[in-house]
Design a protein around this ligand. Structure first.
Ligand SMILES: [Fe+2]
Length: 192
């Protein structure tokens, strides 16, 4: 009996000889880098803080996924590796933790954006949280290991909270942009 296995960061889940892509484009590493990058062009302190807070939390979630993968793959036998469909990953990375999709595609920043427009970015962030929530639900569907289910459910809940917090940040940013502002120096801080 092979235990469910989750790999980070484009995490894979192995169960009953099935390798499922967790989904690099919607993974925790991408979320963390997306929010960390976008925060610099947010227009209010609240929005900057929201992105900064969630970026750091997502990175901690990436570590959780890496830990789960490591704990579940440690000591796998040759037969378990082959039977679980982990053989291609093993040839490339052994049982090390590597940021690639289940198909072996390395993590790429092509999966995220930073447009310099707070409204555009916050809409992307809300969509990213919904995609992450869906992905966790699919993972939950495919495992029955209570030690794996508990953190997956926790992480799913956090995506729901993040979606709500980005919605609040969007309201604040929109309100700010809709107000009339008076600047005593160049709005963008340029010399010209
Ligand atoms: Fe999230």
């Amino acid at each position: 009996m092979i235990k469910p296995t989750i790999a980070y960061p484009c995490f894979s889940l192995v169960k009953n000889d099935t390798l499922l892509e967790y989904g690099g484009p919607d993974g925790e590493l991408g979320a963390s880098l997306r929010y960390l990058s976008q925060k610099f062009t947010m227009v209010t302190p609240e929005a900057k803080a929201t992105l900064n807070d969630i970026a750091t939390e997502e990175f901690a979630h990436a570590e959780m996924m890496a830990t789960i993968f490591h704990q579940l793959t440690q000591g796998l036998t040759k037969e378990q590796i082959i039977d679980s469909g982990l053989d291609a990953y093993y040839v490339n990375h052994g049982l090390g933790v590597y940021p690639a999709s289940a198909a072996g595609i390395p993590f790429s920043a092509c999966a995220l954006q930073s447009k310099g427009d707070p409204i555009t970015d916050l809409y992307e962030d809300m969509a990213a949280e919904q995609k992450a929530r869906s992905t966790y639900e699919y993972l939950i569907d495919l495992t029955d290991d209570p030690d794996v289910l508990a953190p997956l459910r926790f992480l799913r809940e956090r995506e729901v909270v993040h979606f709500q917090r980005f919605g609040e940040a969007l309201d604040i940013a929109r309100d700010y942009l809709n107000q009339q502002h008076y600047f005593f120096m160049n709005k963008y801080g340029c010399d010209d």
